[in-house]
Design a protein around this ligand. Structure first.
Ligand code: C2E
Ligand code: MG
Ligand code: MG
Length: 261
């Protein structure tokens, strides 16, 4: 990104209140067995700015992380998701789990688990409808500390996914003791199946390994039918990607839930 744009964006982010600058879109996560929406992933977006125009997540999320602002915005996201879960329940009569991306700085915040608990209690949401995603590379930065925090989260009923799996060099010894429920296979591998033999083997191995450890698998970045069929064949549990749906506004999720009911 251009230096000038980055400085400007930094200023804008510092000044703005969450609700005015951000919104969330949601991408369905499909259960392979039933081909129905199993959960959705919340993805952060920034509203267009009158000077900077459209600002992509790969521009503003790194700044939120670098400056530590992600901690504050992160709480807003959890709060917003809790409200949305209730809204979908009112509209559709179903409880749809939402998976939220969590930055390592949030996990390392001493008050994180307590604050999350407070938000969930405030909205009277069953914690099983909130899931957290943490990238493999970040989880492996401070594995001992992260494992302790994840244990506490699991203790209050929040399930954890390891995101972008396959890119972060996890050690098997940590994977074994990670209190994790889902492994999300990185889209860079998924996008090459079924035409790239070594990625086929890699994806198959991750699915089998995950099973042995008792984790469910999610493939992200599924764009084509052939990729879905391959994943179905090898026993992957869930899929996510443009083949099923792009990330969409909450009302579109409501419509999808209605039409699959
Ligand atoms: P991620 O968590 O791995 O999210 C998946 C990214 O892949 C999303 O990009 C999504 O739009 C994109 N995607 C989904 N399906 C497909 C597909 O079929 N093909 C391709 N090419 N891409 C697909 P997005 O929304 O730009 O987010 C990028 C990253 O930014 C996320 O990666 C996540 O690490 C981070 N991020 C997004 N929202 C949040 C948030 O609320 N908090 C934090 N801490 N990080 C976030
Ligand atoms: Mg994610
Ligand atoms: Mg990912």
């Amino acid at each position: 990104m251009q230096e000038e744009r980055k400085v400007k964006l930094n200023e804008i982010l510092k000044k703005s209140a969450e609700r005015e600058s951000f919104y969330l879109v949601y991408q369905p996560i499909i259960e392979v067995k039933t081909k129905k929406i199993y959960a959705v992933e919340a993805l952060l977006r920034m509203r267009d700015h009158n000077e900077l125009g459209r600002i992509n997540p790969d521009e503003f999320i790194p700044i939120l992380e670098e400056t530590g602002m992600i901690k504050q915005v992160g709480y807003w996201i959890i709060d917003e998701v809790c409200q949305q879960i209730k809204k979908w329940n009112k509209e559709n009569g179903v409880w749809i789990p939402v998976s939220i991306n969590i930055d390592i700085q949030q996990l390392l915040d001493e008050n994180f688990v307590e604050s999350v608990k407070e938000i969930i209690v405030k909205h009277d949401i069953n914690p099983r409808y909130i899931k957290f995603e943490i990238t493999e590379s970040e989880a492996m930065k401070f594995p001992e500390i992260i494992i302790e925090v994840l244990k506490k989260l699991k203790g209050i009923g929040i399930e954890i996914s390891i995101d972008d799996f396959g890119t972060g060099y996890s050690s098997l010894s940590y994977l074994k003791i990670m209190p994790v429920s889902y492994i999300k296979i990185d889209k860079s591998f998924v996008q090459n199946i079924p035409h790239n033999k070594s990625d086929n083997i890699l994806v198959m191995t991750i699915v089998n390994l995950a099973k042995l450890f008792g984790f469910k698998t999610v493939a992200e970045g599924v764009e084509e039918k052939v990729q879905f069929l391959f994943l179905e064949e090898i026993g992957c549990d869930y899929v996510q990607g443009y083949y099923f749906s792009r990330p969409v506004p909450p009302d579109r999720i409501k419509e999808m839930l209605t039409s699959q009911a």
